[in-house]
Design a protein around this ligand. Structure first.
Ligand code: CA
Ligand code: CA
Length: 110
């Protein structure tokens, strides 16, 4: 994920993004998943399928969703001074997590 793109994050909301990769051997429907940050802000995925080995990019700003890129429609979501992003199922199960602190600059890969 990129949480602190160069320049003003508020002016470049699509510079902030989270990428989710499907490491399994089968396609996964994302409708049951959401991204949740430490503050409880959540983003529920639309009803799209992520093919085996494929990656989807969730950009924080506005745009038109495609198979590979989804848009959150907000701005300045990813805190620059540290946060934890969880990939959660509808039943609360955490499928993956990626945390960072302010000592990490610009981006984090988990
Ligand atoms: Ca930011
Ligand atoms: Ca910035």
């Amino acid at each position: 994920m990129v949480f602190d793109p160069s320049g003003s994050d508020a002016k470049n909301p699509n510079g902030e993004y989270v990428q989710v990769k499907n490491r399994s051997a089968a396609a996964v429907g994302l409708k049951d998943y959401k991204l949740v940050d430490a503050g409880g802000t959540s983003y529920s995925f639309p009803d799209v399928s992520l093919g085996a080995g494929n990656t989807v990019t969730v950009r924080m700003g506005k745009g038109t969703n495609s198979a590979s890129t989804l848009f959150r429609g907000r701005s300045n979501i990813l805190n620059n001074d540290g946060d934890a992003i969880l990939l959660q199922r509808g039943n609360g199960t955490v499928s993956d997590a990626c945390a960072y602190t302010k000592t990490v600059k610009v981006s984090k890969t988990c």
